[in-house]
Ligand binder design. Structure first.
Ligand code: FES
Length: 109
């Protein structure tokens, strides 16, 4: 199990959850009340699952594909450590901090 901390755009911890290694990060976020719409349900046709990782955690994931990089170009508040949560599986090991960018919303939540 890996401790995943979801932070708001001000850096405050919104939710902490123990997650099984390999679980999809978007699914985990949505199951824990995070405001990520995930409009295309992981088909890489939107960027509404944009999250920001800590720089120290970037290397715990496979690098983004060219398609993911292209989609991130359309996301607001992109940083050098931005990723699409639908493309990430929770890694084993140290706690993982995941920041929800400013302006993220999900009208269903
Ligand atoms: Fe659409 Fe991730 S849910 S790209």
């Amino acid at each position: 199990m890996t401790l995943v901390r979801f932070l708001d755009s001000a850096g405050r911890i919104d939710r902490e959850v123990e997650a099984a290694e390999g679980i999809n990060l978007l699914d985990l976020a949505q199951a824990n009340g995070q405001k990520l719409e995930g409009a295309c349900e992981g088909a890489m046709a939107c960027s509404t699952c944009h999250v920001i990782l800590d720089a120290a955690d970037v290397g715990r994931f496979a690098p983004p594909s060219e398609e993911e990089d292209d989609l991130l170009d359309f996301a607001a508040h992109v940083t050098r450590t931005s990723r699409l949560a639908c493309q990430l599986a929770v890694p084993a090991g140290d706690p993982l901090d995941v920041t929800i960018p400013p302006g993220a919303y999900n009208l269903d939540r």
